[in-house]
Design a protein around this ligand. Structure first.
Ligand code: NAP
Length: 264
């Protein structure tokens, strides 16, 4: 049985082992993904080589720090300045960013061209989103509690700054939360103060624990289309498994159905 890793700190809440191991067994892969809570990347890199770990899924806080250990980085991951997947092949380490594939999966069948989009937050997930939205020619509006970080993303990925979130709710085609506001255990928090939506809006929350945040529940009640963080999570994981199997999974309806089933 080949071993893969998911690394990060803390890792207790990670759903990656559950999802990866379910898909491995459906594909008859003799593999197991193991959660490795680590604080030091030097030891981990030695471990990857010694144990011949083919796939390492990288989560917080290592998505940037891992870059210096890699022999090659995919251009998209280079642009995003973040790696969430390391593949070991012929003694070399290759870095990818499948969060962007996860975002594409979450937005499949939704046209983003020229859409007016409010992004709340300016951390790592917002950076992957910025790269994706720039390629879609969306009109991006950025809000972050530290506006300087939002301005940095504007310089890289285009867009405009939003100074405060009072009464902005109705002004955008799409609103996306990339902050942890509303994540377990603080499930009664919301990233927008008012949440007066109209039903033509699309509301996406990247949080997947809980799957239905207060933000999404409120949007759904008002008739909006909602996208949960689970969709992005499934998309990024399927792309990781594609990287080691060469199988095209993000359009495989049976695999997608199984992924939702095991996580719901
Ligand atoms: P990150 O790099 O730490 O960035 C967090 C962002 O949220 C920063 O802009 C930060 O603002 C802001 N923020 C944090 N706490 C806040 C608060 N109490 N009030 C206002 N703003 C706050 O984290 P990340 O990697 O981008 O992850 C962010 C969220 O996305 C997490 O909930 C994570 O679980 C989720 N995520 C989901 C997926 C998926 O597959 N669904 C993938 C990646 C991430 P400052 O800049 O001012 O500090």
């Amino acid at each position: 049985m080949k071993q893969n890793f998911v690394i990060g700190y803390p890792l207790k809440q990670s759903l990656s082992p559950l999802l990866h191991n379910h898909i491995y067994s459906l594909l008859n892969l003799q593999m197991k993904l193991e959660a490795k809570e680590i604080k030091n990347l030097d030891i981990l890199i030695d471990n990857i080589h010694e144990k011949n770990i083919q796939l390492t899924a990288v989560t917080l806080p290592f998505k940037e720090e891992i870059i210096k250990y890699l022999d090659w980085i995919h251009p998209t991951a280079q642009e995003a300045k973040a790696v969430n997947t390391v593949i070991r092949k012929a003694n070399k380490l290759y870095g990818f960013n499948t969060d962007i594939d996860g975002i594409a999966f979450a937005f499949k069948n939704i046209c983003l061209h020229s859409k007016k989009i409010l992004v709340i937050g300016a951390g790592g997930a917002a950076r992957a989103l910025g790269l994706f939205l720039k390629k879609q020619n969306s009109e991006i509006y950025w809000y972050n509690r530290n506006p300087n970080k939002a301005r940095k993303l504007i310089a890289e990925f285009t867009g405009n700054i939003v100074e405060n979130l009072i009464s902005v709710d109705n002004n955008f085609d799409i609103i996306i939360n990339t902050t942890p506001i509303g994540m377990y255990p603080n499930i009664s928090d919301t990233p927008l103060p008012n949440m007066n939506f109209n039903k033509s809006q699309i509301i996406f929350d990247m949080i997947y624990n809980p799957q239905m945040t207060k933000f999404l529940k409120c949007a759904e009640k008002q008739g909006c289309k909602i996208i949960t963080g689970l969709e992005m999570f499934i998309g990024q994981a399927l792309k990781q498994i594609e990287l080691i199997t060469g199988k095209h999974l993000v359009d495989d309806q049976n695999i997608i159905k199984e992924a939702y089933k095991i996580l719901m």
